[in-house]
Design a protein around this ligand. Structure first.
Ligand code: C2E
Ligand code: CA
Ligand code: CA
Ligand code: CA
Length: 279
């Protein structure tokens, strides 16, 4: 028993060691990737569910790593949050997205909006507003066509900052969406304290394969709530026509999902917008 115990401790140590090495390697790789400009922005169309016309895109980061291949954000964003690397990378993505939007605007697609995700660390960054101002000035993007997506959890965990920041963004006419709506705090009482423009219903509620009835009523409630508050509402993760149908019936304004398109690199996004707008 003693030997066994010793052995498993050693195994445990080794596993911890490997996990720690993996973490340090990832952090190192991410630092280098930032310098090597390996982060690219993909764009997923957001569609008006009534007219089926594209209204804009959500910018979603990808890591094009020489060693690892194309890496999705779920694998590296948590590490970048811990190390704070998300702050500089977030600005790289915001700038890429604004440059792309400006190109589309100049090409005649003047109504397109760009949604960009803002993480907890970026949210708490004291230079955020100045950084956003600088990027808008540099890229020539009109603030009214930029939408920042902030999760419910980030807002609730930093209520004081959130009130000040949402007001400052509002005064610049930048739009704000509450992302992953419904997944965090169940209390809706906080909504009136933040001047936001739209609610974004998380993909987990659109997926009816799990607990159909509960999800249906959650979505119904969120759509009704958004109407009552005068906010627009966006559903994410629409994959099949049935989902589109019931969201339309509920009066959900906008949506995105594989039914319309997966996130695309810039060049393919341009082709998508050209074909779907009939230019
Ligand atoms: P999110 O903001 O909730 O973004 C939506 C996610 O759902 C994206 O995953 C998108 O590719 C995926 N998705 C969209 N439609 C469908 C669908 O029909 N079916 C399925 N199965 N998935 C769909 P992605 O790109 O892997 O991003 C994951 C998360 O990483 C995002 O969730 C967001 O929280 C974070 N993220 C992505 N890009 C950025 C970024 O530039 N900055 C920050 N701070 N976070 C980001
Ligand atoms: Ca989002
Ligand atoms: Ca999210
Ligand atoms: Ca989500």
């Amino acid at each position: 028993a003693k030997l066994h115990g010793k052995g498993s401790y050693r195994l445990f140590d080794r596993q911890m060691h490997v996990a720690m090495l993996n973490r340090l390697t990832l952090e190192n790789d991410l630092q280098r990737a930032l310098k090597q400009q390996e982060f690219v922005t993909y764009y997923q169309p957001i569609v008006n569910l009534l007219t089926r016309k594209i209204i804009g895109f959500e910018a979603l980061v990808r890591w094009r790593s020489p060693g690892r291949g194309m890496v999705l954000p779920g694998e590296f964003i948590p590490s970048m949050e811990t190390t704070g690397l998300i702050v500089p990378i977030g600005l790289v993505i915001l700038k890429q997205a604004c440059r792309q939007l400006h190109t589309w605007h100049q090409g005649g697609w003047t109504d397109l909006t760009m949604s960009v995700n803002l993480s907890a660390r970026q949210f708490a960054s004291s230079t955020l507003l100045a950084d956003i101002d600088a990027i808008l000035a540099e890229t020539g993007v009109d603030p009214t066509s930029l939408k920042l997506e902030i999760t419910e959890t980030v807002i609730m965990d930093n209520a004081e900052i959130a009130i000040a920041l949402t007001k400052a963004l509002r005064s610049r006419q930048i739009q704000i969406s509450i992302d992953d709506f419904g997944t965090g705090y169940s209390s809706l009482g906080y909504l009136h304290r933040f001047p936001v423009d739209s609610l974004k219903i998380d993909r987990s509620f659109i997926d009816q394969t799990q607990s159909e009835n509960i999800n249906y009523h959650v979505v119904e409630t969120i759509v009704a709530l958004s109407k009552q508050l005068g906010l627009s509402v966006i559903a994410e993760g629409i994959e099949i026509p049935q989902q589109l149908e019931w969201l339309q019936q509920l009066g959900c304004d906008f949506g995105q999902g594989y039914l319309f398109s997966k996130p695309l690199p810039a060049s393919e996004s341009s082709r998508f917008v050209a074909s779907s707008l009939g230019y």
